[in-house]
Design a protein around this ligand. Structure first.
Ligand code: PLP
Length: 441
């Protein structure tokens, strides 16, 4: 099919050309005297994306699932009790992995469409006066349902119960895209993969461990070899890895960290929020029984929107038509959500017009399978959101006036639409206003 494939699954995400170019290089000797400069720089700079100065970063040739496993086997023993809310397919799979390692998981089942119930977690921890619960597993952004949990509230609940359990956080579809603060929220083990906010291919499982988590290794008896933190720490200390690293992925990671640092994490979070608001405006405008799976604005995810289809329609048909007719890849509904929803991933290297393409394609595919939507209504809502929240343009040159009526009194242009419901504060997470982004008027 001519033209680009529109990749709008919530990972893998689009890999910027800069990263592709950085990865396109001859292999190198990973035991050379030059190698430690690359490895040491990555291990140092990666911590900034996790917002930690005290945590230790690990780079495994793995994926997010490998990161889950590394976090648990290095800090736990078979039979340990842990607490885990389950509100989507990824929280379910992490629990399954823990159980298969012999951990006893106290599961809090939550409606899919909601996030981590911090009050309930606090109650359970307060009742655990013997401190039998050793860890709490939280999926920050449940990619299956488009739900972001309030990690600050979870941390406050743990502290209020004065409970010493380790806090394990899956940040696979949040870290690098949604505000995440390892040190401030006292996260003990934070996990991500390379193929989402870091804009790389899949292939790296990235973990950061707090000093408390590293100390827990002394007692942890889960068997571990490939994911052993100890082997990594010893090799990394000299600038090497205990086994052959993927050279292209490491150079790609270096470029990814450079791109993130150039844009700035807070600007990246604000961009994701603004882009996500446009998708949410489209869903509202579509109406007709379409709605987000996330049950309340406090759960809305800025990296993925899971869109429930009306009763009697099949989301798999929309995904199939979008792919085969319009070269657009949308995310499928997982497990119990199969056929009930489709997902638009909006994370990573992305801008307004790319996302408008995905919204247009989803809208066309929905009409193709028989949904009665007004043509263009979702695209228009998103486009007007982006116009009304756009960065004012600087004057073109010293000689000419700015094309932006906001800066050129008297210039004629269609006024921006009324403000969308602005994304201001979500839960405990305060997001800074986009750099140069004017307040919605
Ligand atoms: N956790 C979350 C929130 C995810 O979205 C995913 C994958 O999409 C995973 C874990 C598993 O990661 P991977 O597929 O890289 O093993």
């Amino acid at each position: 099919m001519p033209g680009r494939n529109f990749l709008f699954v919530p990972g893998p995400t689009n890999v910027p050309d800069r990263i592709l170019r950085a990865m396109n290089r001859a292999m190198e000797d990973h035991r050379s005297s030059a190698f430690p400069e690359l490895a040491t720089g990555l291990l140092r700079d990666l911590r900034k994306v996790f917002k930690t100065t005290t945590g230790q970063a690990f780079i495994f040739p793995a994926t997010g699932t490998g990161g889950w496993e590394a976090a648990l086997v290095n800090t736990r023993s078979p039979g340990d009790r842990i607490l885990a809310p389950r509100y989507g397919q990824f929280s379910h799979l992490w629990i399954d992995l823990a159980q298969r390692h012999g951990l006893r998981v106290d599961i809090i089942d939550v409606d899919w469409g909601e996030g981590a119930p911090s009050d309930r977690i606090g109650e359970i921890l307060s009742q655990d006066t013997q401190h039998e619960i050793k860890g709490i597993l939280i999926v920050h952004n449940e990619t299956a349902t488009g739900v972001t949990s309030d990690l600050g509230a979870v941390r406050n609940a743990i502290d209020a119960a004065q409970h010493p359990a380790l806090l394990y956080v899956d940040g696979v579809s949040s870290i690098g895209s949604i505000d995440f603060r390892m040190d401030e929220w006292k996260v003990d083990l934070a996990i991500t993969g390379s193929q989402k906010g870091l804009m790389l291919p899949a292939g790296l499982g990235l973990v950061c461990a707090s000093p408390k988590a590293l100390a827990a290794r002394e007692q942890a008896k889960c068997p571990r070899v490939f994911f052993d933190f100890g082997d990594m720490i010893r090799s990394n200390a000299t600038g090497y890895f205990p086994y052959t690293p993927s050279i292209p992925m490491l150079y790609g990671l270096r470029e990814s960290l450079a791109i993130i640092s150039e844009e700035g994490l807070d600007n990246i979070f604000a961009r994701h929020q603004r882009l996500a608001e446009g998708v949410r405006a489209a869903v509202r405008a579509w109406g007709g029984g379409l709605k987000l799976c996330a049950k309340a604005p406090k759960w809305y995810s800025n990296t993925v929107s899971a869109i429930m289809m009306p009763e009697g329609t099949n989301a798999a048909d929309v995904i199939d038509v979008a792919f085969r007719r319009y070269n657009l890849a949308l995310g499928a509904g997982l497990a119990r959500m199969a056929g009930k929803l489709f997902r638009i991933g909006h994370l990573g290297d992305l801008n307004e017009l790319m996302l408008l393409g995905a919204i247009a394609g989803a809208e066309m595919a929905m009409r193709d399978v028989g949904l009665q939507l007004t043509p263009g209504v979702g695209v228009a809502a998103a486009a007007e959101h982006y116009r009304s929240t756009a960065v004012p343009l600087a004057p073109r040159t010293a000689a000419g006036p700015s094309p932006d009526p906001a800066l050129t009194p008297g210039a004629k242009s269609s006024p921006p639409p009324p403000p969308p419901r602005a994304a201001r504060r979500r839960g405990g997470l305060r997001l800074s206003r986009p750099r140069g982004c004017r307040r919605a008027r």
